[in-house]
Design a protein around this ligand. Structure first.
Ligand SMILES: *[C@@H]1O[C@H](CO)[C@@H](O)[C@H](O)[C@H]1NC(C)=O
Ligand SMILES: *[C@@H]1O[C@H](CO)[C@@H](O)[C@H](O)[C@H]1NC(C)=O
Ligand SMILES: *[C@@H]1O[C@H](CO)[C@@H](O)[C@H](O)[C@H]1NC(C)=O
Ligand SMILES: *[C@@H]1O[C@H](CO)[C@@H](O)[C@H](O)[C@H]1NC(C)=O
Ligand SMILES: *[C@@H]1O[C@H](CO)[C@@H](O)[C@H](O)[C@H]1NC(C)=O
Ligand SMILES: *[C@@H]1O[C@H](CO)[C@@H](O)[C@H](O)[C@H]1NC(C)=O
Ligand SMILES: *[C@@H]1O[C@H](CO)[C@@H](O)[C@H](O)[C@H]1NC(C)=O
Ligand SMILES: *[C@@H]1O[C@H](CO)[C@@H](O)[C@H](O)[C@H]1NC(C)=O
Ligand SMILES: *[C@@H]1O[C@H](CO)[C@@H](O)[C@H](O)[C@H]1NC(C)=O
Ligand SMILES: *[C@@H]1O[C@H](CO)[C@@H](O)[C@H](O)[C@H]1NC(C)=O
Ligand SMILES: *[C@@H]1O[C@H](CO)[C@@H](O)[C@H](O)[C@H]1NC(C)=O
Ligand SMILES: *[C@@H]1O[C@H](CO)[C@@H](O)[C@H](O)[C@H]1NC(C)=O
Length: 419
């Protein structure tokens, strides 16, 4: 009896061993941490293409930090962070980067699933938001890759900052869903894309969050050639932002060639937003926002060049300096201004962090430029009306200079387009 059994088993074992060597599917251990399995798959994978299998919920209980090149990672199942808050905090405290997923290297492709119910990264942010817990929160995904593609990824309730493209170079990100909607307390700092890199294209996104949907910062080498297009931005988002820039006056801002187009903002606090620090230095140049739809947005077009965070003021500030804004174009905006319930749930102080003296829910434009620091502006086709139906207004501190066609009268009062 034993002999035929062995006969049968031997080739099966050989087959299994052979398949295991070829298999780049990450093994899933019920209740265990699947991060080590990911690394063993990657190490033994001749094809350099590792797969989180469909129909499987993986536990990513420890940070997954990858510095490798010429690899493809497909997330066809769901990935779940620990539900244990303390365990995440301990891992974040122990990590150098603070990211739960971090990729660096060259030629890296990160793919999700096209199936609606799979390809999600679940972070269980709700319990953090409801507890008001802002201690040792992880940044979710860092993609500091040269020549990269990120497609079809979906994020559900990220604890805080979702995707960072800091130091990314030549990266395409498409078909992303970020759902940071809360059923309870406000989801603070749930930035969508922190895009501080160069040659970045982010397209076809749905972002429902509680901080900037897009924030283009300055990093150590600047940001250049960034396009954000075809997006729906909603919930209590803080819009598509440049900044904040110039926090450290000894680090000049260096941002150029930014295009934000074909974006719809609904119920958001800001739409097209620029923010630089009082006393900042450096330049943001050649920035275009065009074809922007808005519904129920509190501050549709917004600039401040004198931002200070009272709780975190940074270095010594000199109010005679500014990050200069050059060649800014705002073209073709339509929709409605939030007149009846301006602001959002992120207000926890009095006055609110976003309080603007004089604002009354009718401002299409709120441009607080410092003298001479807004240059070559071109504003056209702004068709935004307050929900109350009264004419749109503007708050304006200083007119742009070197602008042959600014497109607006710099006054405090009724918005007068200048064609
Ligand atoms: C790869 O491994 C997974 C999990 O260990 C297994 O379910 C799957 O059948 C394997 N695939 C192949 C082609 O061997
Ligand atoms: C996924 O799991 C469901 C239920 O567990 C099963 O019906 C289905 O066949 C599985 N699909 C695949 C592709 O394994
Ligand atoms: C990644 O590894 C390369 C060597 O392969 C090294 O030069 C580089 O500094 C590493 N990058 C990071 C972010 O660890
Ligand atoms: C949560 O994680 C901490 C730290 O790793 C551990 O001490 C604690 O027992 C865990 N709690 C639960 C409910 O598993
Ligand atoms: C993580 O560090 C913070 C201080 O930044 C500390 O308050 C917290 O107790 C630490 N948590 C763990 C689990 O190590
Ligand atoms: C990245 O891909 C390009 C084009 O396929 C190739 O020439 C280059 O060697 C790759 N770089 C690395 C670091 O593997
Ligand atoms: C995967 O995660 C998403 C988002 O949390 C969830 O809606 C979906 O049900 C999960 N899929 C499965 C099959 O558990
Ligand atoms: C700008 O970035 C896009 C997207 O990565 C790229 O296709 C294009 O070549 C870049 N343009 C320049 C001038 O580098
Ligand atoms: C600004 O950034 C560009 C590339 O993005 C770089 O070539 C240039 O040297 C930077 N300028 C300064 C002053 O840092
Ligand atoms: C401005 O930026 C756009 C990309 O958004 C680029 O195509 C264009 O060449 C840049 N213009 C100048 C004058 O640099
Ligand atoms: C407008 O947006 C505000 C803030 O997000 C929200 O409270 C309010 O319900 C929205 N109004 C409508 C009509 O959707
Ligand atoms: C508009 O009001 C602001 C105060 O909110 C003031 O600083 C500014 O000078 C006024 N602008 C004009 C054009 O009077």
């Amino acid at each position: 009896m034993a002999v035929p059994l062995l006969w049968l088993l031997t080739p099966v074992c050989l087959l299994v061993a052979f398949a295991a060597a070829q298999n780049c599917t990450v093994a899933h251990t019920f209740g265990g941490d699947d991060t080590p399995s990911f690394f063993s798959s990657l190490q033994s994978c001749a094809s350099r293409s590792v797969i989180f299998a469909p129909n499987t919920t993986y536990n990513i209980l420890t940070p997954l930090v990858v510095n490798d090149s010429d690899i493809t990672i497909s997330i066809l199942g769901n990935l779940s962070l620990p539900t244990n808050v303390t365990a995440i905090q301990a891992a974040v405290n122990a990590s150098a980067s603070g990211f739960w997923f971090y990729f660096s290297g060259t030629n890296v492709t990160l793919l999700g699933s096209e199936a609606e119910e799979w390809g999600w990264i679940n972070s269980w942010g709700q319990q953090w938001w409801d507890a008001g817990n802002q201690i040792a929160r992880p940044h979710l995904l860092g993609f500091a890759v040269t020549n990269g593609l990120v497609a079809n990824l979906k994020f559900y309730q990220p604890i805080a900052w979702c995707v960072s493209l800091a130091a990314a170079l030549n990266v395409l990100v498409k078909n992303t869903v970020i759902d940071a909607r809360s059923t309870g307390s406000f989801p603070f700092n749930t930035d969508g894309f922190d895009a501080t890199g160069s040659n970045l294209l982010i397209e076809d996104s749905v972002i429902l969050n509680g901080d900037d949907a897009l924030a283009i910062g300055q990093g150590s080498i600047g940001s250049k050639n960034i396009t954000f297009r075809r997006a729906y931005v909603g919930y209590q988002s803080h819009g598509a932002s440049i900044g904040s820039l110039g926090k450290d006056p000894s680090q000049p801002a260096n941002v150029s060639d930014v295009l934000v187009e074909n974006v719809f903002f609904e119920n958001t606090l800001y739409g097209a937003r620029f923010k630089s620090w009082e006393g900042g230095t450096g330049l943001a140049r050649n920035v275009t926002y065009r074809n922007i739809g808005l519904q129920n947005v509190t501050f549709p077009l917004y600039i401040t060049q004198s931002y200070v965070d009272q709780n975190d003021p940074g270095g010594q500030r000199f109010d005679n300096a500014s990050v200069v804004m050059q060649e800014f174009t705002y073209d073709n905006f339509w929709g409605s201004i939030n007149t009846y319930h301006p602001g959002d749930g992120s207000c926890v102080s009095d006055p609110c962090w976003y309080y603007e003296p004089g604002a009354d829910g009718t401002q299409a434009i709120l441009f607080r430029c410092n003298p001479g620091a807004c240059q070559n502006f071109n504003v056209s086709n702004i068709n935004i009306r307050p929900q109350s139906g009264v004419p749109a207004t503007i708050i304006c501190n200083n007119p742009p200079v070197n602008s042959s066609h600014p497109g607006y009268a710099c006054i405090n009062g009724t918005f007068i387009p200048q064609y």
